[in-house]
Design a protein around this ligand. Structure first.
Ligand SMILES: [Zn+2]
Length: 406
């Protein structure tokens, strides 16, 4: 067993610097007094840290601000525009890449579909992504200090491997740590997409927080969750703690690819919504869906909005199962906030009401009263932002990384 090591003075210095950086990253302009108050550190310690950071060009002084009781002091801010990170989101058929500054402001981004040969050959897709990263590194020079990459899961952290990528075999053979970590002159951090998305919600979402527990409940093609506790991702032993989509909602239900039966994602993912709706369609000759050549999840949401009986029924059913799933997740993690994201977050008021009603019926009252359940307010790009936060967090927690030039 590996024991925790004792903490020496260097460690403490590093931790204090990191605290200061995180406060500066969360606020626009701060004073030394306020940082001292928020960190609980002595003014003299803060003065030393800030002086060092100013010399290194990481922070700067910006005029006079009025503090408590009208006291005027010098304002300090992060020189966020001087430090950038690259964020990448790897998807099944496409990838996104973006450039962010140290405060998480998106400077630019683009999404690109993989060409047919790239889709079939993950090594080709990987080469394309590496080329794009290199292009940005060359163009931005030493402004870029880290790369964050969000990958679909289940993602095993240690071998750096996606354990299963449904419908796109081959990815599970690639060692992503090996592929990415040594390729570039800056540090690269790889994280499961659901976890990265949870960090984005924690830092920039509608229910952003400084403490407590937030669950990012992703319901798209599959179902998964990212969990953040007091600002840190809860990833479990191997990195797959949030694979809640494979919790059984029906122990005798349909067989799932994972080996289990009646898994949550067979009932409340966008894929299952489409599948179940198509199974029911013959019973509803009046349904507007009969006019469509192929049915996609948003056709069902639109149909429900327009009052189509089949669509209403299917959205309610998905909401019921999602509510059962979220109730289970609440009992495991005891979160303050559950954010529903990905395709099913477009389900509108009807779906959300059904989810909340079911959760209320299935957990103890005191839990329900203290939990917020809502859709994400990132329309898209939650996970891309998350990939940026993964990289930014690491820079903020290690000032040596912040000041080293590639
Ligand atoms: Zn399963």
């Amino acid at each position: 067993m590996e024991l925790k090591k004792g903490r020496n003075a260097d460690y403490l210095m590093q931790a204090n610097r990191s605290l200061v950086l995180q406060i500066l990253a969360r606020n626009n302009i701060c004073t030394r007094a306020r940082i001292a108050e928020e960190t609980g550190l002595k003014q003299a310690t803060i003065t030393n840290i800030i002086t060092e950071m100013i010399q290194l060009g990481v922070v700067r002084e910006v005029g006079i601000v009025e503090g408590k009781r009208g006291r005027r002091s010098i304002g300090i801010e992060l020189a966020a525009e001087k430090i950038e990170v690259i964020a990448v989101k790897l998807g099944h058929v496409s990838y996104s890449i973006g450039l962010f500054d140290l405060k998480g402001t998106m400077i630019e981004h683009q999404e690109e579909r993989f060409r047919a040969e790239e889709e079939q050959n993950p090594a080709c897709a990987l080469r394309k992504i590496k080329e794009r990263i290199w292009e940005l590194l060359k163009r931005e020079g030493n402004k870029i200090h880290a790369v964050g990459i969000a990958v679909p899961g289940p993602f095993l952290r240690k071998p750096g491997r996606i354990a299963l990528m449904t419908q796109f075999p081959g990815w599970d053979k690639l060692d992503l740590n090996e592929e990415f970590l040594k390729e570039f002159p800056v540090p690269v951090f790889i994280e499961h997409g659901a976890n990265a998305g949870a960090l984005a919600e924690w830092r920039y979402g509608k229910y952003r927080r400084n403490q407590g527990c937030l669950v990012n409940f992703l319901a798209g093609e599959g179902v998964g969750a990212g969990i953040v506790v007091d600002g840190e991702i809860f990833a479990g032993s191997r990195g797959i703690a949030g694979e809640i989509g494979h919790i059984s909602l029906d122990i005798n239900g349909e067989k799932c690819d994972c080996g289990n039966r009646g898994c949550m994602e067979l009932y409340c993912s966008a894929l299952s919504l489409v599948k179940h709706t198509m199974e029911e369609l013959p019973k509803y000759p009046q349904s507007s869906l009969n006019k469509l050549e192929s049915i996609r999840y948003f056709d069902i949401f639109n149909g429900a909005e327009a009052g189509d009986a089949l669509c209403l029924e299917m959205v309610k059913q998905a909401g019921f199962y999602m509510g059962c799933g979220i109730a289970a997740v609440i009992n495991i993690y005891d979160p303050d906030v559950v954010i529903i994201s990905d395709a099913m977050s477009k389900g509108g008021a009807l779906l959300l009401e059904e989810v909340k009603k079911t959760v209320k019926e299935r957990i103890i009252d005191v839990l329900y009263e203290n939990i917020t359940i809502d859709y994400t307010d990132f329309s898209v790009n939650q996970i891309l932002y998350g990939a940026a936060v993964v990289a930014i967090d690491r820079l903020l927690s290690n000032m040596n990384m912040l000041i080293s030039t590639p």
